[in-house]
Design a protein around this ligand. Structure first.
Ligand code: KG4
Ligand code: ZN
Length: 345
């Protein structure tokens, strides 16, 4: 018997609904992006994001069902991002999911947003454990070790520092590029030359933690000092030099961690997984080594609901169900989520 999970994602600036079959196959996938509305503010404005989600959610839901011959009666469970994310934005998705699940008496499942990003890769290929996930999104840079479904152990992270995507967006703003800056820097980086050897933060030996704030400051200072001297760098060259520094650290730390934990697969997840430079460098580094390398297709790197349904499918199979008092959980940690997933209800 096939299992169909309806996924809902509204944690940031995309209103998304998807239907996924057996945790691995996309049946419908609709994403309404708000990027155009936030662009003029140079970043996501939480109030505006919430309002857009309220306006969009019903249409996006209808659109997802329209893409299929299915109705809500064919759905086995409703999975929704409960956190982390913007509280007002999360609330829209959580309440839509609760209303739908309650009205149609379907099981409700709360999903961790980063678990979703990781499970976007299961829409590409079945997982082989142990696996290592490099999570690179707007809010997180983490190496996550998984020994089983639902078992997420963070072996390295950005602690209180900027996440990789955040560093991209801040450097882009300094270069006066439009929001979100990541894709634009990626594009410029293909056209520039390495002109500056920006710092790489390796931190103490054996650490799998990341820190990009020093690099971000180095880029800002370099541009500022050049301006004071009346000189100017080409945007492309700054982009190439900055990207080389980010990619070097991400690839090297992932490689060392993959060897250390002898994993069978290395998967890359989150918005920055769309980065051409990162994809090429990871492919080159892991070409001759044993762990198999997985990337989601570009469309599943940034926020979407197919990944939430995919992660929700695993929770559903393991018997996890949310109560009707499920709430938005903006600070939901991976540790807490993992503990919940590994406990038998
Ligand atoms: O995973 P995501 O969609 O949202 C969060 O969960 O945070 O990631 C968004 C981030 C943004 O910072 C954006 O600039 C970055 O991913 N991003 C990229 C690329 N595409 C998106 N960064 C570098 N290169 C890209 N091609
Ligand atoms: Zn995300």
């Amino acid at each position: 018997m096939s299992e169909y999970i309806l996924g809902i994602e509204t944690s940031c600036d995309e209103t998304a609904v998807a239907i996924v079959k057996n945790g691995k196959e996309i049946v419908a996938n609709v994403v309404a992006s708000q990027i155009e509305s936030h662009k003029r503010f140079g970043g996501v404005v939480p109030e505006i994001a919430s309002r857009h989600h309220v306006e969009q959610i019903t249409m996006v839901l209808e659109e997802a069902f329209k893409e299929t011959e299915m109705t809500i009666d064919d759905i086995d469970a409703v999975a929704v991002t409960e956190g982390p994310g913007l509280v007002g934005a999360l609330l829209v998705g959580v309440n839509a999911a609760k209303a739908l699940a309650f009205a149609h008496q379907k099981p409700l499942i709360g999903v961790h947003h980063i678990a979703g990003h990781i499970y976007a890769n299961r829409l590409v290929k079945e997982f082989s454990f142990p696996l290592l996930a490099l999570v690179v999104s707007g809010g997180h840079t983490e190496l996550v070790l998984m020994k089983d479904h639902g078992d997420f152990e963070i072996i390295g992270g950005e602690t209180r520092d900027d996440a990789a995507g955040e560093a991209y967006d801040k450097v882009a703003r300094t270069l006066k590029l439009p929001y979100p800056g990541g894709p634009k820097i990626d594009q410029l980086a293909q056209e520039g030359n390495m002109v500056i050897d920006f710092p790489r933060a390796w931190l103490e030996e054996g650490s799998f933690d990341f820190s990009f704030s020093g690099l971000k400051s180095a880029v800002i200072n370099t541009l500022h000092n050049a301006k004071q001297r009346g000189e100017e760098f080409r945007q492309e060259d700054i982009a190439t030099s900055f990207q080389a520094s980010v990619v070097d650290v991400l690839v090297e730390k992932t490689y060392l961690a993959a060897k250390h934990y002898q994993v069978k697969q290395v998967i890359v997840a989150g918005g920055v997984a769309a980065n051409k430079g990162l994809r090429a460098a990871m492919e080159a580094k892991f070409k001759k080594s044993k762990p198999e390398l997985l990337f989601p297709p570009i469309s599943l790197c940034t926020d979407n609901a197919a990944m939430i349904a995919a992660a929700g499918s695993v929770a559903f199979k393991q018997g996890h169900r949310a109560d009707w008092d499920l709430n938005a959980n903006p600070g939901l940690s991976m540790e807490k989520y993992s503990q919940r997933m590994m406990s038998c209800d």
